[in-house]
Design a protein around this ligand. Structure first.
Ligand code: MG
Length: 358
């Protein structure tokens, strides 16, 4: 390993994105670039500017990379003794893997043992004050070709909104909702959502409420999905064993990397439990890894795999495009996409280079 560079970039979002955990108007991301003797590789840290979704932030990930993870990489030591910091670990191991695969001329999908050429797209839609604007936004996505919509909900922005959206798009479009942990067992709106043929109610309760989700599951017809809760393959197995969910949302940034994500998927497949590939408003770097992961068999509920233009007017890599409701799996070496130097030059707001023996 010759060097590692941490780049904080900022891209304007095509539209503000509001969830139960907050509103995002610009996408800040931390990109990791590793340079080896043979190639360079890229990884994206999916932590956000603040800790409203996951405990890590871009700044905490940057420190974990600089002070804990990259020194271990330079020393040839395992990253396993470092507890937590899953998004930072996923970004670094992803970048190292990308460099290795680029040097070998092998695609990430091939490494993951996927043979799919496309994945079903899905679009996550934030909350909006104006219901007409929300409906117009959703019908626009359906007109674009999205066959699966995941709507953000929170107490007070749920049953009526979901009823209107379902009436607007009909039953031929898969509809899921995501509460980002904003309900408690006392809320009875969740039972009312059973009326709308939802494919999944994602993370209704707090991330650490595993037993409460199991209790809630006995009251709902709609499958419960867990997302923020799923921080390792072991937790995924616990959730399955406790019948706390029927859909497991898998994110490499939450579980600590693609290999652990694959182990979580394996737990789902072995138990016959549905999985979905979760997204984090990734730039093209993270999106390429997400699309390759989502192309594995077992992701039977459409995930958050959208085209680049759903989020960004201009992405850092060549854009992912929607074709007949699907996204093509990159076939080039490694991630199959590369950040464009001209875009990076415009959107990088801070960079830090780390060298061995520093
Ligand atoms: Mg979610």
């Amino acid at each position: 390993m010759r060097s590692v560079e941490l780049l904080r970039i900022r891209l304007p979002l095509a539209q503000p994105f509001r969830t139960a955990s907050g509103t995002t108007t610009v996408k800040d991301a931390l990109l990791v670039r590793v340079v080896t003797l043979d190639a360079e590789g890229w990884g994206e840290c999916t932590a956000q500017a603040n800790a409203s979704y996951m405990p890590e932030t871009i700044d905490s990930a940057r420190l974990a990379l600089r002070d804990e993870l990259v020194p271990r990489l330079f020393a040839g030591s395992s990253l396993d003794p470092v507890r937590g910091h899953h998004a930072a670990k996923a970004a670094l191991t992803g970048a190292v893997l990308d460099a290795q695969l680029r040097a070998e001329g092998r695609s990430l999908a091939t490494y993951l043992r996927s043979s799919a050429t496309q994945v079903d797209a899905g679009v996550a839609v934030g909350m909006r004050e104006d219901l007409h604007e929300l409906l117009a936004q959703i019908t626009g996505y359906v007109a674009d070709g999205y066959r699966s919509v995941k709507l953000k909900i929170a107490p007070g922005h749920d049953v009526d909104v979901v009823a209107r959206v379902r009436a607007e798009i009909g039953t031929s479009v898969t509809l899921q909702v995501d509460a980002n942990g904003s309900y408690t067992l006392d809320n009875d709106q969740l039972e009312e959502l059973d009326a709308f043929e939802l494919a999944c109610i994602e993370q209704p309760l707090a991330p650490d409420a595993l037993l409460e989700h199991a209790r809630l599951a006995t009251r709902l017809r709609t499958p419960i999905g867990l997302d923020e809760t799923i921080t390792s393959a072991r937790v995924a197995q616990d959730a399955i064993d406790l019948a706390a969910c029927r859909v497991v949302s898998i994110k490499s940034g939450l579980v600590g990397g693609l290999d652990e994500a694959r182990r979580a998927l394996e737990a789902c497949r072995a138990a016959g439990v549905a999985a979905r590939a979760g997204g984090m408003l990734e730039t093209g770097v993270g999106r390429a890894a997400l699309v390759a992961l989502a192309s594995l068999p077992g992701f039977t509920v459409p995930g958050d795999v959208s085209a680049s233009n759903r989020y960004f007017a201009e992405d850092v890599t060549e854009p992912f495009e929607l074709r007949a409701g699907r996204i093509a799996v990159p076939t080039g070496p490694g991630l199959g996409v590369t950040p464009r130097p001209d875009v990076l030059a415009r959107c990088t707001i801070a960079r830090e280079r780390l060298d061995p023996g520093r």
